[in-house]
Design a binder for this molecule. Sequence first.
Ligand SMILES: O=C([C@H](O)CO)[C@H](O)[C@H](O)COP(=O)(O)O
Length: 210
Amino acid sequence: MELQLALDLVNIPEAKQLVKEVAAYIDIVEIGTPVVINEGLRAVKEIKDEFPSLKVLADLKIMDAGGYEVMKASEAGADIITVLGVSDDATIKGAVDEARKQNRKIMVDMINVKDIAGRAQEIDSLGVDYICVHSGYDHQAAGKNSFEDLATIKRVVKHAKTAIAGGIKLQTLPEVISAQPDLVIVGGGITGSENKEAVAAQMQQLIKQG
Ligand SMILES: O=C([C@H](O)CO)[C@H](O)[C@H](O)COP(=O)(O)O
């Protein structure tokens, strides 16, 4: 099981500082959608250049032109790129084909997918690398989480790795770990805490204990 730090509400210098503090405890750094909107793919490039041993995920939430957008994110140095599960199969296939050419990986974000089991099975057959259940900020504000959806994809996904994101905190991490996803994604649970290094270290330890 791996730990991904999601960076959403920072600029590039703040992102670098944050990664420096917790680099020893994480496997993947996510350049979040708001950061890409504010700073562009330059944020991906700068983080990859400064932390070459960490995998960098570009959370582009691609909805169309999968091949082209994966190519641009790959040029910037992204190791993993996100595509939305609600997008057309052709978009996901285009993203997967380009990722194979570039030796990158595709994560499908299931945010707002209504039939998680059915769509996850379809997406799994398209050759994606990760399928991620996700309660976004707007769902979190309505008190939702993706713990049940994680159990669903664990049941039906046969090839891709499974991931979960959305409002995970130190207190809720044990429940997430008990469902055994391949990847846990944490943003505010680390970035919003007083002692980020200590929280990231505790999270890594819980994950290692499995
Ligand atoms: O993808 C995300 C969200 O849609 C904003 O871009 C976050 O990175 C994801 O939800 C993880 O962050 P937290 O919910 O703060 O853990």
